[in-house]
Write a protein that binds this ligand. Structure first.
Ligand SMILES: [Zn+2]
Ligand SMILES: [Zn+2]
Length: 417
């Protein structure tokens, strides 16, 4: 048996808001640095990206497609459904895993009857989740449908703006085909354990990365313990809830952990939101309710209850963000990358964050960084929570840096590793 670190929800350069240099070569390079073993292909509904996938990937075995340099991909995509159900507008994203290019071609053929899929890596269709599951299950029972970032206010199945209160309310008699949800960046498994209705549901974590930089790719992933990485083994593990563990972003770092208004500079905990009756004290309009608020609304258990068959998880600040915080530099600066590369002489980023001994770390980096890595490993990093689309900020002493758009480093600056 060996551990397989899989990030199955990412995006290609054909998705909105992604970097132009997002291609298979860069994805593989950065996935290897991170310590990931399997990546989702992403965006298989996009005609140009699909052509690129078919040209560059060859089937290694059952549902695993490899690059020429031997990195494993599994075919995956994300779709957006916008429809009306129960007298409300619903906007739900779903991740889809497929066993082969043949099945992908059949999926695309069906989607062409629903609308266009060439304008975005994550196309929108006006079909209900029920009709969507029905259609996809009639193509192949081996397709896996996973409600994406389940708690985000706008596109999550349990989101405060356009979501549902339960899987059954969304999928009705098709719920039996849903085995898992993606918990998303702003929630961790412990928050999901508070809903007894999710006891039978597998909680998965993926990055939803729109770039390949190591502070995005693999910032959340699912760890499988498998004889070998194959589509069947991965799907069976998801369906039978047999995961090794998940790696999580601190949920406070997610963009929708707390409530608030980005433009009004208002950030509230659920308690403060209730005190203000959900209304922004600056503009008097309703606040964007975040994930913690929504979990408390639907929870039927207190905090700290661990269900019997709970899968262990580990919260980690990605190494580049940790270095940026300790060194008080931007995450894409030379200073941070130089330190990152020194640490990567010890192995992958996950090796550094999870396994390297303090003495090994101390041979390549300074004391403050060693301490931060160890505190990170113990889950002891304080975070200024994210809200209304603003990422949370890990605090490493001193005041929090203000949220600024990240400059994009050039290839030259990044160096070779
Ligand atoms: Zn999404
Ligand atoms: Zn406001």
């Amino acid at each position: 048996m060996s551990l397989v670190y899989a990030d199955l929800h990412i995006h290609s350069r054909f998705s909105r808001g992604t970097s132009n240099s997002l291609d298979l070569r860069n994805l593989e390079k950065y996935a290897r640095m991170k310590g990931l073993n399997v990546l989702g292909s992403s965006d298989f509904t996009h005609p140009e990206w699909l052509a690129e996938l078919k040209q560059n990937l060859t089937q290694e075995q059952d549902g695993i497609y490899q690059t020429k340099t031997g990195f494993d991909f599994l075919l995956s995509t994300e779709l957006s459904l916008i429809y009306s159900q129960g007298g409300k507008t619903r906007k739900i994203h779903h991740v889809v895993l497929a066993p082969s290019f043949e099945v992908v071609d059949q999926i695309n053929e069906e989607l062409d009857k629903w609308g266009r899929r060439d304008y975005d890596g994550r196309p929108i269709f006006g079909k209900s989740s029920i009709e969507f599951v029905d259609t996809f299950m009639s193509i192949s029972r081996n397709i896996e449908i996973i409600p994406a970032h389940a708690w985000t206010p706008y596109f999550g199945i349990f989101g405060s703006m356009s979501g549902f209160d339960s899987l059954e309310e969304c999928f009705e008699e098709k719920t039996k085909y849903i085995h898992a949800i993606e918990t998303g960046l702003s929630s961790d498994p412990a928050m999901n354990w508070r809903l007894s209705e999710l006891d039978g549901t597998t909680l998965l974590s993926f990055s939803d990365a729109h770039s390949y930089w190591p502070w995005r790719l693999g910032r959340e992933c699912t760890v499988f313990d498998l004889k070998e990485a194959s589509y069947t083994n991965i799907i069976n593990a998801i369906r039978k809830k047999k995961l090794h563990s998940t790696i999580e972003y601190f949920p406070e770092q997610g963009k929708y952990h707390w409530d608030g208004h980005r433009n009004c500079g208002v950030s509230f905990s659920p308690k403060e939101t209730r005190k203000h009756k959900g209304i922004c004290p600056v503009c008097r309009r309703p606040l964007t309710l975040g994930v913690e608020y929504r979990v408390e609304e639907l929870a039927d258990r207190p905090q700290e209850v661990v269900p019997d068959n709970a899968i262990p998880f580990k919260k980690l600040v990605p190494l580049s963000e940790l270095l940026a915080g300790v060194l008080k530099k931007g995450v894409a600066t030379n200073t941070v990358w130089e330190e990152y590369n020194k640490l990567l002489s010890l192995g992958s980023e996950f090796d550094v964050l999870l396994n390297a001994l303090p003495s090994q770390l101390a041979e390549v980096t300074g004391r403050k960084i060693v301490n931060a890595i160890m505190r990170n490993r113990e889950g002891k990093i304080k975070i200024q929570p994210g809200y209304d689309g603003v990422y949370g900020v890990p605090l490493f002493g001193g005041e929090a840096p203000t949220e600024k758009p990240q400059p994009k480093p050039s290839q030259k600056k990044l160096g070779d590793y």
